[in-house]
Each structure stands twice: as structure tokens, then as C-alpha cells.
Design a protein around this ligand. Structure first.
Ligand SMILES: [Mg+2]
Length: 334
């Protein structure tokens, strides 16, 4: 059987359940943005790991080593933020082909260090090895959070407002521009920057993690069409998403208009936005959004509702049911 027949998540399903019995009480393993291990009476530790493979996750001639160092750490910080946790340390393993020189590696580590410094996050270990052809980076980040407070995907409740902490689709539009060699004007450059230098919503995640009105949370890595389904499956709920409420940036709208692309498709299925997707108790949403705006100077965007029913997303545009945009990104779908 080929892996393409079952996909990334089909593969994980084949073994994940066998490890559940091995977990200690109050620990949580495979299936959320991070794993959780209890650490004493006051804190839990959260763990995430993510691999970036040349030609699968990045093209070495399209992204600078400085940006690659930044991005490889940012995508892991995003998973820690998704739990509501504070990052405390990182680990980096790297497989290096002999086509890469020391100056490249210095620049890669400079990007990694710049972002680490922003969050006072020490690099605490890892591994280096040779690689036959391609550059491979594997990063792990450890975070901590008050005991039992981690925000889980399974916690969405009927009536919750579905919200996101940032605009959707910019990164996917930037990738599209890169892959199709669009002429780089200011608009295109902004979008490419959003793809190459994602800002993990670390402070936002910690802030939201401290609010009981926030129920389920995860980060947007594959696009909300795919990511929201994880929350819905874990919570046993359905959702309605209002397309006209999706936060689309001015640069996304300019670029999609001038190149005749569908901004909704990029916003729902493009992925790599690395903002946070969450559900909030309906009667607390307005207050939470007001406080969020005061704290971060930008809105918490309501995009839909959690409803009772089989896990599925109903997409509406100005009140009318509309087609499901394409599904999320699957690394094994060819
Ligand atoms: Mg995630």
C-alpha cells in the first residue's frame, strides 16, 4: 500500500492508539498541538516537534537561510502558543548535505537566534549529522503552563464563537507568488514576507490561555478548512463559518484581484498562517474581543459558530450556503 492512499493522518491512526495505555495519569500524547506532561503541583510541561525537509517544506533557492532559521522555530512556537503555554526552551537537530557551506549555516542560526532572543528562549541541545542530498531541520520546543490549563482541541462547546487572531491567506498567496515567479512589487513582497517570516502568536496564546472563556484552541498550519475539522472531530461538534467574516488583508485582496485568484480559497485552504484558531463562550466573546483589542491593538476576528452535529463545516457567504473550498494541505497527497 502506498502512503498516498491513507495520507499523513491515516498513517498516524495506525499506531497512535497503541501508545495511549502507556501514558501516565494526566499526561496527553498524540493528537493535539503539543503533548502534555505533568511537572509538579503547579505546572504542566508541553512538548512539540516539527520537521522541515528541503523540497517538501521549503526550496533552498527561494528562502534565505536567515528566514529559514526564523521560520523553522516560529512554526514550533506556534504550536506551544496554541496550548496557551509559554515557551521555555528549544532543541534543534539538523542533517546537512555537503552542498551547504558554513556561511549558510551561520545565517540560518542567526535567524534562529534572533527569534529565540525575542522570547528569551534558550537553544538547549540537539544533533547534527551529514545528509546525502537534502537539508533537514527538526525542532522541538518545550513550554510550561499552569496545571490543567492547557487549551485542548476537544473543548469546543455548542454555541461557541469560532475566532482567529490574525488574517488568513497571506502566506499561501506569498507561496503562490513565489512558485509562479510573480513580479515582486510591494504587495507581493509583503505576502512573500508573511510566508517566509511567520509571526507565531506567542503572547496572544499565553493571554488567551489565561481566559476560561476560551475553550478549544489550535494554530492555523494547514488552513482553517482542515484545521477546524481537527477541533470539530475532537469535540464531536459541527460549525458554520461565514466567509464574509474571514479576515482578508488588503495585500491579499489586491494580489488576488490583479491575478484573478480566489482569496477565499487561499484563506481557507492555503495554510501556514500560524495565527490561532479558537472557540470562545458566546456570552463572553464581546468582552474577550474588546480586551484582546486593548492588549494587542488589533481585533480578535469572529468567523463562525460551533453547533451540534456530526463533525463538518457549513460555509455560508452573506447568509447563503456555499461550496466547501478545497481541503487542507496534505504532505503526502503528491
Ligand atoms: Mg498545530
Amino acid at each position: 500500500m502506498k502512503l498516498t492512499e491513507i495520507g499523513e493522518f491515516g498513517f498516524i491512526e495506525r499506531f497512535a492508539h497503541k501508545f495511549e495505555d502507556l501514558l501516565t495519569p494526566n499526561a496527553m500524547g498524540i493528537g493535539d498541538d503539543c503533548a502534555i506532561l505533568p511537572a509538579g503541583d503547579d505546572f504542566d510541561l508541553v512538548f512539540t516537534t516539527d520537521m522541515l525537509v528541503e523540497d517538501i517544506h521549503f526550496l533552498r533557492d527561494k528562502i534565505s537561510p536567515l528566514d529559514l532559521g526564523h521560520k523553522s522555530l516560529a512554526v514550533n512556537l506556534s504550536d506551544v502558543a496554541a496550548m496557551g503555554a509559554e515557551p521555555v526552551g528549544s532543541f534543534l537537530s539538523i542533517a546537512i548535505p555537503n552542498t551547504i557551506d558554513v556561511e549558510y549555516l551561520d545565517s540560518l542560526m542567526e535567524g534562529y537566534h534572533q527569534l529565540s532572543e525575542k522570547y528569551k528562549l534558550p537553544l538547549m541541545g540537539g544533533d547534527t549529522t551529514r545528509s546525502p542530498y537534502k537539508l533537514v531541520l527538526n525542532i522541538s520546543v518545550v513550554g510550561k503552563i499552569a496545571k490543567g490549563r492547557a487549551k485542548l482541541r476537544k473543548a469546543a462547546m455548542v454555541g461557541d464563537v469560532v475566532a482567529v487572531t490574525g488574517s488568513l491567506g497571506d502566506s499561501a498567496a506569498g507561496l503562490h507568488a513565489l512558485m509562479n515567479d510573480f513580479k515582486t512589487d510591494d504587495t507581493v513582497q509583503l505576502l512573500i514576507n508573511r510566508h517566509h517570516r511567520p509571526e507565531a502568536h506567542v503572547s496572544e496564546g499565553i493571554w488567551l490561555g489565561n481566559r476560561p472563556a476560551v475553550h478549544a484552541m489550535m494554530d492555523v498550519s494547514d488552513g482553517i478548512a482542515s484545521d477546524l475539522m481537527h477541533i470539530l472531530r475532537a469535540s464531536g461538534k459541527s460549525a458554520t463559518i461565514k466567509m464574509e467574516q474571514l479576515p482578508l488583508s488588503g495585500q491579499l485582496l489586491r494580489m488576488t484581484e490583479s491575478h484573478h485568484l480566489n482569496p477565499y480559497e487561499l484563506a481557507t485552504s492555503g495554510g501556514e498562517d500560524y495565527c490561532l484558531l479558537l472557540t470562545v463562550a458566546a456570552d463572553r466573546f464581546e468582552q474577550t474581543a474588546d480586551n484582546f483589542q486593548q492588549s494587542f491593538g488589533r481585533p480578535l476576528h469572529a468567523i463562525g459558530r460551533i453547533e451540534a452535529g456530526e463533525p463538518s463545516i457549513q460555509w455560508t457567504l452573506n447568509g447563503t450556503a456555499t461550496d466547501n473550498p478545497k481541503g487542507g494541505f496534505n504532505h503526502f497527497s503528491g
